[in-house]
Write a protein that binds this ligand. Structure first.
Ligand code: SR1
Length: 341
């Protein structure tokens, strides 16, 4: 497989060039009009919106008819959306997040119907289903190492986490390792919520937690919606100069909050979600073309610190992509015949 760098900027050109089929591509992409479904558990929030935009751009470049099934945190709805995608006769289904136990059998039903299945951030525990992920154990490790660099190995922490979501569970494994290796780092309070207003709900929880635990000096939230909620709580309680936030994910809105004067949000470890969306669609396309894919398709995260972002004057994802190659493209799931890479 030839590895060619993808840039989101050139996907738009490729989109118009390839709608009727891609010259030299393997069937069925030589003719165009391949139907692929993106079925989601969550659609709200910056990460999920940017992921969808990246998936749509890569689909246009490949001449794919992308059928989008939005996520409303409803396991039975997601399950029935997969059934609908099977009935639509799609060639592949990308399953984005979800609760594994409600999806495993219906994913197997899709495979049995000859449909390729790619999972993003949901462990369906099936060797026939390649998994896209953001190297989550390392993602939280990058943020945790930065926290130790800035705060030492003895501090009281708050932690935003919801069990049952594969990326958060993998990030949590590293947090448990770090606590075990550093007995001076103590988790004093745990909060967490997943809904379509996660930031606001997290802020309410964080305010109560911080009032009850004035000893906390560091807060970990390895999901930007949760980190934004913790920051809102700190701002409202007047504690922004007392507590530092370390997170996962990044968006243009996050960059504004991280770099604003006096912000407590000092570092995040992240990928570009639009690139992850593009990788998921490329993986589905490669599978439909009958070409080989690794089981684990990994988009590597990068540590972003407040100090460096301010120094480099970075305020948007476009600026970040221009500055850091990993934010503009990923070598994961590429093939020489895929346009827009
Ligand atoms: C509820 S799971 C939220 C996470 O999913 C994606 O992996 C994003 O990185 C986000 O942090």
């Amino acid at each position: 497989m030839k590895i060619v760098p993808i840039t989101l900027a050139n996907l738009a050109f490729a989109a118009t060039a390839c709608a009727a089929g891609i010259a030299g591509a393997p069937p069925p992409f030589d003719k165009g009009g391949v139907k692929i479904a993106l079925v989601r558990y969550l659609s709200a929030g910056d990460f999920f919106q940017a992921y969808e935009a990246g998936a749509q751009a890569q689909s246009r470049a490949l001449g794919i008819d992308l059928r989008l099934f939005p996520g409303r945190q409803n396991a039975s709805e997601e399950r029935s959306q997969i059934e609908q995608a099977i009935n639509l006769g799609v060639s592949a289904i990308v399953i984005d997040h979800g609760l594994p136990e409600s999806l495993k059998d219906v994913a197997q039903k899709a495979l049995d119907a000859g449909i390729k299945v790619i999972a993003f951030d949901v462990d369906l525990n099936n060797p026939q289903i390649p998994q896209v992920e953001q190297d989550d154990r390392n993602l939280s490790r990058l943020a945790l190492q930065q926290a130790i660099k800035e705060n030492g190995t003895a501090f009281k922490a708050g932690y935003a986490y919801v069990a049952g979501f594969a990326p958060l569970d993998r990030r949590d494994e590293t947090w448990r390792e770090v606590k075990a290796a550093n007995p001076g780092i103590v988790e004093r309070v745990r909060i967490g919520v997943v809904n379509d207003t996660t930031a606001l709900s997290t802020a309410d929880q964080a305010k109560a937690a911080l009032r009850a635990h004035p000893e906390i000096t560091v807060f970990f939230a390895f999901w930007d919606e949760a980190a934004r909620g913790v920051k809102l709580a700190l701002d409202e309680l007047g504690l922004a100069d007392k507590i530092k936030i370390y997170s996962g994910d990044v968006s243009t809105a996050d960059l504004a909050e991280i770099t604003e004067p006096g912000s407590p949000w000092v570092a995040t470890a992240a990928t570009n979600p639009a690139v992850v969306g593009a990788v998921s669609i490329r993986a589905a396309a490669i599978a439909v073309a009958g070409q080989a894919l690794p089981h684990d398709i990994v988009v590597a995260p990068t540590l972003l610190t407040q100090a460096e972002l301010r120094k480099d004057n970075i305020h948007t994802m476009a600026q970040l992509s221009a500055k850091i190659p990993a934010f503009g493209h990923s070598p994961a799931a590429t093939a020489s015949w895929i346009p827009g890479q």
